[in-house]
Design a protein around this ligand. Structure first.
Ligand code: PLP
Length: 420
């Protein structure tokens, strides 16, 4: 029997078998009776019953538009929608609800910053500093902005071990830098970046920092005030909530100094024939009818995670990730990308001689859902010297036997494809 430190740590942490019962989707077999092992959590997470029920409850009991309805259902919907905002604010340690804008997801949150803040605060000759490990959603908006404004976009290089080159970061910082855009946890390498220190350095040259927290907020305790983040973006669907909801956190004075992103209903104070004034925060940035049901169900997801606790979730995932790395490393001809000392549960790898798409299709037939491709990080793929990778990514409801199922499926694939 395996008695590795990773396995011992797992045994001592969460009661995962109990938690798994909250997720109906996990308990099924696929194809010809293979138990499902869902290891594609960095793409999207599964939803517990409490979240699914919150959606049903909204549509069966109090569906109504928010903020303007002067009737019972409208008041119920508004109260629950705003409660969700309060839960999110508390979850990330924001000073208040004025700091929390609901969007469609991380991508929209970052684009909101690029359009509303970027267009007014970035100009000719300025520098936007991103990194070589950003997801396209924290890179392409800056490319568009830089081109439009005649600004320069520079990338902090990624070192061999999958960490950011902090010396290069320090040397790239100057008074021309207006924004540092960095992921807190890489969706490819798993690397957790030292964003708190990077925020301090960015602030030292008068730049703002935007933290892409799409992979961090779901998996570890995150406190925006401790990080000293100016902007922080994440998505509900990666943290047990529904799709179609995201969050943009910003410091209040920054939100106040930004023009609106979209114009329309809800975001105004007074509208005249030829001009309008804006609503208070956060409504200034929420034009039109929001995604009411999904925001409320996102509130249920935040409750669910909070009840378990982000510290135990993080501890369990650390152990399960270590276990995953151990199991994969035992397989000949498997290479793992990223060796950062501080890392999360996205484990990318290649199996020599088998294309990642073929591998993921093969292991899928064995009931194991992993991801393959460029993972929306083409510049990083180029840096790694591969067109694509395979990625297994865990969440707190995953268990060792699913990792073993993955390892077994990879060995079978090697046999099937005649490699290894
Ligand atoms: N940033 C990172 C690090 C991600 O992993 C993802 C999604 O995979 C995103 C941003 C984009 O999130 P969404 O598609 O929910 O907008």
């Amino acid at each position: 029997m395996n008695t590795s430190p990773a396995r011992t740590a797992l045994r001592e942490s969460l009661d995962v078998e109990r938690l798994r019962r909250d997720f109906p989707i996990l308990h099924q077999t696929v194809y010809d009776g293979k138990p499902l092992a869902y290891l594609d959590n960095a793409a999207t997470s599964q939803k517990p019953k409490a979240v699914i029920e919150a959606l049903t409850e909204y549509y069966t009991r109090y569906n109504a538009n928010v903020h303007r309805a002067l009737h019972y259902l409208g008041e119920q919907a508004t109260a629950r929608y705003e409660e969700a905002r309060g839960k999110v604010a508390a979850f990330i340690g924001a000073p208040g609800v004025a700091n929390i804008v609901f969007t469609r997801g991380t991508t929209e949150s970052i684009n909101l910053v690029a359009y509303a803040w970027g267009r007014t605060h970035v100009g000719q000759g300025d520098v936007i500093l991103a990194t070589g490990m950003e997801h396209h959603s924290n890179l392409v908006p800056w490319q568009i902005l830089a081109k439009e404004k005649g600004a320069e976009l520079k990338l902090v290089p990624v070192l061999e071990d999958g960490t950011l080159d902090q010396a290069a970061f320090a040397s790239l910082l100057s008074s021309r830098v207006k924004l540092v855009a960095v992921t807190q946890m890489s969706n490819v390498l798993g690397t957790v970046n030292p964003v708190q220190a990077m925020a301090e350095a960015a602030h030292g040259v008068g730049a703002k920092i935007l933290v892409d927290a799409a992979q961090s907020v779901p998996h570890m305790p995150v406190n925006v005030q401790e990080l000293n983040a100016d902007f922080l973006a994440f998505s509900s669907h990666k943290m047990c909530g529904p799709t179609g909801v995201g969050v943009l956190y910003a410091r209040e004075e920054i939100f106040n100094a930004m023009p609106p992103f979209m114009g329309g209903g809800e975001m105004i104070s007074k509208v005249h024939d030829d001009h309008a004034t804006w609503a208070d925060l956060p409504y200034k940035f929420e034009a039109g009818t929001p995604n009411i049901a999904d925001v409320i169900a996102f509130g249920a997801a935040v409750d669910y995670l909070s009840a378990i606790g982000m510290d135990p979730i993080h501890a369990y995932e650390q152990a399960l990730t270590a276990y995953t790395v151990e199991r994969l490393e035992e397989i000949p001809h498997v290479r793992i990308f990223g060796r950062a000392p501080e890392r999360g549960g996205a484990v990318s790898f290649e199996v020599e001689g088998i294309h990642p798409h073929d591998l993921s299709q093969y292991v899928d037939q064995q009931g194991v859902a992993i991801r393959a491709g460029h993972l929306c990080a083409q510049p990083l793929m180029r840096r790694l010297g591969v067109p694509a990778v395979s990625r297994a990514s865990v969440y707190f409801y995953n268990v060792e036997r699913e990792i073993e199922q993955l390892a077994e499926a990879i060995r079978k694939a090697q046999h099937f494809f005649g490699h290894g």
